[in-house]
Unconditional design. Structure first.
Length: 290
């Protein structure tokens, strides 16, 4: 029996409508209320500010120039995504999976990247300053060439094979980091788990039998730091370094200064005489302090 034309049209219309609803629903469940712009440009791009996007899956997406400022992207999957020049200031990316993410030129000032997986990420020229949280983040083999990490907190961060060539590390606090980076700026080294260099924040660091010679520690924060055993800093500029409460063992030598229990003198890096018995509880007996 022939189907009336009107019934055929009605069925087609319903089918199209149902398909549209399914497509719309799938899109909404994929990106929630965040509309992803295809073929983004600097003028027309994804804008999802101050949104709850926890655990969202955006792996492999083209998110060039995207604006995620202030959004929560905790445990999101951004692996392989293109975040070229994306805006992620104040975004929470804690626990996010960002393996091999392409984020050259991205702006991440004051973002939270605690425990983020950034293995093999391209962060060339990225702005990651303003006390960005990189605690326990994994930067294995990441490219941070000429990135701005000024003031970054890198506590127990993995940096094995990471490239920091030309990176700005002003006031970085890198403590208990693991791995050996592929490259760091001139005057910097990772020594016994600390990022050591000019203006580095090494408050409370302990160096034992460490070779800090040749580093530039000018302007660094070494308050309550301890330099023990045969730690040496020969040829290490320390002008302007904060040394309040720092402690030096009796056999410490720095810039030609030397001292010991035999009545020798200890010279602090700023040229002033060290105080014997500093923090030792025994007046006149080492360790010496600056």
């Amino acid at each position: 029996m022939a189907v009336p034309r009107s019934a055929t049209i009605g069925a087609s219309t319903l089918a199209l409508a149902a398909g549209g609803l399914l497509a719309s629903g799938a899109h909404a469940s994929d990106v929630r209320d965040c509309r992803i712009v295809t073929s983004p440009t600097a003028a027309r791009h994804t804008t999802c500010r101050n949104m709850d996007l926890r655990r969202i899956n955006l792996a492999g997406r083209n998110l060039r120039f995207a604006d995620f400022r202030g959004s929560s992207l905790q445990r999101a999957n951004l692996s392989g995504a293109n975040l070229y020049r994306a805006r992620l200031q104040l975004a929470n990316l804690s626990g996010a999976r960002m393996v091999r993410v392409r984020a050259a030129g991205a702006r991440m000032t004051a973002a939270g990247l605690t425990r983020a997986n950034l293995k093999g990420a391209n962060l060339t020229r990225a702005r990651m300053d303003g006390t960005i949280m990189l605690t326990r983040a994994d930067l294995t083999d990441a490219n941070l060439t000429r990135a701005n990490l000024g003031g970054a907190l890198m506590l127990r961060t993995t940096v094995d094979g990471a490239d920091f060539t030309g990176a700005r590390l002003t006031n970085v606090a890198g403590a208990n980091v693991t791995g050996v980076p592929r490259a760091v700026p001139a005057g910097w080294r990772v020594v016994q788990g600390w990022f050591a260099g000019p203006t580095a924040n090494m408050w409370g660091a302990t160096f034992t039998d460490a070779d800090l010679s040749g580093l530039n520690l000018s302007g660094s924060v070494l308050i309550y730091a301890s330099f023990l055993g045969n730690t040496t800093l020969r040829g290490t500029p320390m002008s302007g370094a904060a040394l309040t409460g720092s402690t030096w063992s009796w056999d410490f030598s720095a810039n030609g200064g030397a001292g010991g229990p035999d009545g020798g003198t200890v010279t602090c890096p700023d040229g002033s005489p060290a105080t014997p018995g500093y923090n030792s509880g025994v007046p006149g007996v080492g360790p010496f302090g600056c």
